[in-house]
Write a protein that binds this ligand. Structure first.
Ligand code: P5A
Length: 446
């Protein structure tokens, strides 16, 4: 993309309404525009990152054997009357009437609807196990929408639902989700810690939240300093191997890590003092096992091998896809702007032309741009007729991890400059070497 033709409405001033850094930078970098409290348009740069995150979530769900589908945002109230949640959900639910005066709602989650799909089409234990998921907009009329996309009213969630014959099978599905979530966050360059949590309106008594440590997080967290050091790395996981999946979950959940809702002072104090950490975290996902809570009330049953009809065992599992943008920025920024991890960056690298209109630098930039595109990468070329300082400020603000700077002086010596946004370190090299280096860096993030 050439910046002169792109739509990147950056703001020079800090927007007064933004209280935390991720909200401030998302507005300043022209990623989102607020349309109403907690409701945002996703401008091109923000939309690009959102799609990158969605793509990683899809890939990791499919790798775990889960099946994508798409349910609507609007739901009939009757489904929720069956489960008993229509009254329970309270004011957080946006209730709508259609022209026939029928009660509808904008879905805050989809347990009822997926259970309805299941009961319409599945009848035998032979069709289990089954895990279906979608990535769809949700609406929760939050009392205090704030911090931009972090606590929105309309937000994008990946929500998955497992259907199993036995409790053991459903617990394997729970564990599979835990491992697939760990992989998902790690691929984005995030450390998200699974913490024993409380289940709220979803139900059940087995639930973990995934928290990204950040001083601006809304949850208070208590954890062993060794927990954030745990990594899945590039281990190949066989999701059908129950023992292997369970062992990974055990590795990640045995040391102390809890939110304030489940905090146990005595257990916490049993950790050596120097490892006891109290901090704040952003909840970027939550998994639940709730057994037959919905299947029983809504009649989602299967016939077993013995010919008995039993309600299916279920759980639901969510990732805050749009919230992840905020969490990623809270975890990756400096005082000049965002620093995208390579896994989610909107463009792979920036090209800054220091002397737009100079035949030599223009040609060198065009050459670099075309070579990067030919290598399957997505560069952003700042070809505007602007001062170098303004170009650098824009690149720093929007946070592309790599920048190639091209000027007449360097070209005289046959070099361009490759700069890391994270370390600020610059290295001079030939244009060909710069392209090769960028290609090599992203080969690890395909
Ligand atoms: C699990 C999937 C559920 O709704 N039902 C389907 C279960 N879980 S949850 O914890 O309530 O939500 C899942 C994740 O969605 C994100 N989230 C939000 N993101 C932005 N703004 C909000 N107002 C908001 N509410 C929830 C969180 O990341 C949460 O973990």
């Amino acid at each position: 993309m050439r910046l002169s033709r792109y739509f990147l409405p950056v703001l020079k001033e800090n927007p007064a309404e933004a209280q935390i850094v991720s909200h401030r930078y998302m507005l300043r970098a022209g990623m989102i525009k607020q349309q109403a409290a907690g409701i945002y348009s996703w401008l091109p740069l923000g939309f690009k990152v959102l799609k990158r995150i969605e793509q990683i979530v899809h890939e990791e769900q499919i790798r775990a054997g889960h099946i994508p589908l798409l349910m609507p945002t609007l739901q009939p109230a009757d489904l929720w009357r069956e489960s008993g949640r229509y009254d329970d959900y309270g004011q957080e639910m946006l209730r709508i009437k259609d022209r026939h005066e029928r009660d509808m709602l904008f879905g805050p989650t989809n347990e009822e609807m997926i259970t309805d799909i299941f009961r319409a089409h599945v009848n035998s234990y032979k069709e289990l196990p089954l895990t279906l998921y979608h990535i769809q907009w949700k609406f929760r009329d939050e009392v205090r929408p704030r911090f931009g996309v972090m606590r929105g009213r309309e937000f994008l969630m990946k929500d998955g639902y497992n259907f199993d014959l036995t409790k053991e099978d459903a617990l394997h599905a729970y564990n599979r989700h835990m491992v697939s979530y760990l992989r998902t966050y790690e691929r984005m360059g995030l450390t998200a810690i699974p913490m024993r949590a409380a289940s709220g309106p979803i139900g059940g008594d087995n639930t973990h939240e995934f928290l990204v440590l950040a001083s601006t997080g809304e949850s208070e967290v208590f954890y062993d300093a060794k927990v954030p050091e745990l990594k899945l790395g590039d281990r190949a996981v066989d999701y059908d191997n129950r023992a292997e999946v369970a062992a990974i979950c055990e590795e990640f959940t045995t040391l102390y890590a809890r939110t304030d809702e489940t905090h146990d002072e005595a257990a916490f104090n049993a950790i050596p003092e120097e490892r006891r950490k109290v901090g704040r975290g952003i909840e970027v996902g939550q998994i639940f096992y709730f057994g037959t809570k919905y299947s029983e009330s809504m009649g989602a049953t299967v016939v077993t091998a013995e010919g008995n009809r039993v309600p299916v065992e279920m759980g639901s599992h969510g990732i805050g896809v749009s919230r992840l943008l905020g969490a990623l920025i809270e975890a990756n920024h400096d005082d000049k702007g965002i620093i995208w991890p390579e896994g989610v960056t909107p463009f792979h690298c920036g090209i800054v032309n220091l002397k737009q209109g100079d035949a030599g630098t223009d040609a060198a930039c065009e050459g670099l741009y075309k070579a990067l595109v030919a290598a399957g990468l997505d560069p952003l070329y700042d070809d505007r007729d602007e001062r170098a300082g303004a170009k650098f400020a824009t690149m720093d603000l929007i946070g592309l991890p790599w920048r190639i700077t091209v000027g007449p002086k360097g070209l005289g010596k046959g070099v361009v400059e490759l700069t890391s946004r994270r370390t600020g370190e610059s290295v001079e090299m030939s244009a060909e070497d710069a392209v090769a280096r960028i290609v090599e860096i992203y080969a690890a993030h395909r």
